[in-house]
Design a protein around this ligand. Structure first.
Ligand SMILES: Nc1nc2c(ncn2[C@@H]2O[C@H](COP(=O)(O)OP(=O)(O)OP(=O)(O)O)[C@@H](O)[C@H]2O)c(=O)[nH]1
Length: 297
């Protein structure tokens, strides 16, 4: 039975939350949400595989308590945590437990879902030290589990995923399975690419060619997007790339211009084409697509 649910990653600044998220999603997806620090939970990323879909949510005021402990976990943040299926507290193994940590723990007492401790930066500690820390943390809070990880190297992160899956409720995927973020513009911008493909290739490419946004980096002035065009057959790939890449260049340039007009920011667009037979039936296809220099124009 498929499982799905919401997980929040919390912790002090600089403990490795972003690194962990990138490792979990195996992509350099960076989302800067204009709604951050509001009461709405924003989706930071979605991990989908054959067994489960885990939606990682940013709980406002928890993820980046840069205003100090005063505003840390205000009522909204606490409420938003109550709706989670699991919370992951990230703590670095190479720092001693301080006041800030104890404050977080006291707040986490109110959370009803399982709270896991990801003891991060395990690559910086000896086995003995790791064990000592594990025992120390165990005595401080009733964690549903403590998982030593290295967010940087990825060591044991799969164990964390397995653990999270074990507590998720049964249920269908909440978001489309090819989605890594709920960024609303992502779909509109992907449509610009699809539309240009159909325009230039006329009837040669079927309408259900897939556009997968593989990375999205945004700041106030510009957006950099890397997207994969997924087709069924090698012949379609040839058509889209065109002679010496002429076709894909045209598609990219026009789609990029439309995007720039639409978002009012400079858009950098990189496109590549992947052939994936029966991609519609594959739930895991997103993960399987790596960056391929040869396909890149
Ligand atoms: N050695 C080691 N360094 C790590 C590991 N995880 C994260 N780091 C480093 O720790 C620093 C902070 O990591 P971030 O992922 O930015 O931490 P964060 O918790 O997201 O920080 P904020 O964005 O300030 O909340 C970076 O320099 C990372 O490279 C790890 O497993 N091992």
């Amino acid at each position: 039975m498929y499982k799905s649910g919401f997980v929040s990653i919390v912790g002090r600044p600089n403990v490795g939350k972003s690194t962990l998220l990138n490792q979990l999603l195996k992509t350099k997806l960076v989302i800067t949400s204009p709604t951050a620090q509001t009461t709405r939970n924003t989706v930071q990323g979605i991990l989908t595989d054959d067994e489960a879909q885990i939606v990682f949510l940013d709980t406002p005021g928890v993820h980046k308590p840069q205003d100090g402990l005063g505003s840390f976990m205000n009522a909204n943040a606490l409420n938003s945590m109550l709706d989670m299926d699991a919370v992951v507290l990230v703590e670095p193994v190479d720092e001693s437990v301080g006041k800030g940590d104890k404050f977080i723990l006291s707040r986490l007492e109110k959370v009803e879902c399982p709270v896991f401790l990801a003891l991060n930066k395990s690559d910086l500690a000896s086995k003995e030290h790791l064990m000592e820390k594990l025992i120390e943390w165990q005595s401080l809070f009733d964690f549903a589990g403590i998982i030593p990880i290295s967010a940087k190297s990825g060591d044991n992160v799969d164990e964390l995923v397995k653990t999270l899956k074990s507590v998720l409720p049964e249920g269908e995927a909440i978001y489309p399975k090819d989605m890594i973020t709920d960024h609303p513009e992502q779909f509109i911008l992907a449509e610009f690419i699809r539309e240009r493909i159909l325009y230039f290739t006329r009837q040669e490419i079927p309408h259900d060619v897939a556009i997968v946004v593989e990375s999205w980096e945004e700041n106030e002035k510009e957006i950099s997007i890397m997207a994969a065009i997924i087709v069924d057959r090698p012949s379609q790939k040839g058509i889209i790339i065109g002679k010496q890449g002429a076709m894909i260049k045209k598609i990219r340039e026009q789609a990029r211009r439309q995007m720039t007009r639409f978002v009012g920011k400079t858009v950098h667009l990189e496109l590549f084409v992947k052939v994936e037979k029966n991609w519609r039936n594959k739930t895991k296809y997103l993960k399987e697509f790596g960056y391929d220099e040869d396909d890149y124009k």
